[in-house]
Structures are given as C-alpha cells and as structure tokens.
Design a protein around this ligand. Structure first.
Ligand code: SF4
Ligand code: SF4
Length: 155
C-alpha cells in the first residue's frame, strides 16, 4: 500500500488549507493508516474536511495520493455508518440539492454540543432565518448533482 512509503515529513499537513480545523492532520492520517488504525481514521472529522484540493499530493516527495485515499475512506465511513460529521454533511448536501442552498437553522438543528448555547440567542435576535428560499433554476441544480455523483462513481 502506498502509505508505507510515507516518511512523515508533514509537508502535506503544512500545505493543507483545512488542516487547521482537522482533528488529525493529513500526515497523522497517513501514520494512523501505517499503524493499521483505520477505525480511528473512519471516525475522524478530517475525512469530511478534505476538499480534494490536491495540494498535499503536489507537495508529497513520494506522490502519495492522499486526496484519493481520503475519498476512498470517506466512502468506507459512509458505508459503515462511522463518521461524526456525516449527518451534517448529508443534510447539508440534501438541502443544497433540493433548495439550492442550506440554512443556518438546519445546521444548528443538526449539530449539537457548543452550538446549543448559541442557537436560541441567534434565533431570538433574528440572525437565523428558519425558512429558506429556493434557487430559481432547480433543474440546473439537479443536473450539477447528477454530474457530481457520476464523477464520484468514476473515481
Ligand atoms: S486534498 Fe484534502 S488533505 Fe490534501 S491538502 Fe487538500 S484538503 Fe488537505
Ligand atoms: S508529504 Fe507525503 S511523505 Fe510527507 S508526510 Fe505527507 S504523505 Fe507522508
């Protein structure tokens, strides 16, 4: 497996634009895989924060294709029901597919923990719109999602 070649130089993590928010940085994900701790990776938030930007791949001295590894692991996490942020991820995409946008109310309704403290103050002050509008061109939105799903299946 290509992760065996990783020398833990952490260049991937240094260039990752979403690394600051990840629970495990990209080089740590690779290390976990080297140590055969895949379950930990499948439950990590990092998977869902990877944007497939491929910066890590361009910086890696061994051309380890971390974006593809992340994509594959995301798929596995989805199949196995693992993944702390999967419900949020799915609800966000379902909302965008259906309405062309998401809503802060939806996001705050699904997430818990620290959001609970800010949910009601924000609602009371009218900072969160409960009802969202729709995009006018719903057909174009559906076409975009169909293209995206086809492309994901082709990977
Ligand atoms: S492809 Fe993912 S892991 Fe790699 S740099 Fe981009 S966001 Fe980070
Ligand atoms: S840049 Fe490549 S070799 Fe370096 S830590 Fe990341 S995956 Fe490993």
């Amino acid at each position: 497996m290509e992760v065996r070649q990783c020398e833990q130089c952490a260049k991937c993590s240094g260039g990752c634009p979403t690394g600051f928010a990840m629970d495990y940085l990209p080089h740590q994900i690779v290390r976990l895989l080297q140590l055969e701790l895949k379950e930990t990776v499948l439950e990590s938030q990092a998977l869902w924060l990877c944007t497939d930007c491929k910066i890590c791949l361009s910086l890696c001295p061994h051309q380890i294709n971390l974006p593809n590894i992340m994509k594959e692991l995301k798929r596995e996490a989805r199949m196995s029901g693992a993944g702390k942020v999967q419900a949020y991820h799915d609800a966000f995409l379902a909302s965008v597919e259906r309405y062309g946008r998401t809503s802060a109310a939806l996001a705050l309704g699904i997430r818990n923990g620290s959001d609970k403290e800010i949910r009601w103050p924000l609602l009371k002050r009218g900072k969160i719109k409960v009802f969202r509008g729709r995009v006018h061109d719903k057909v174009a939105m559906k076409r975009l999602f169909a293209q995206g799903k086809r492309r994901t299946l082709d990977v």
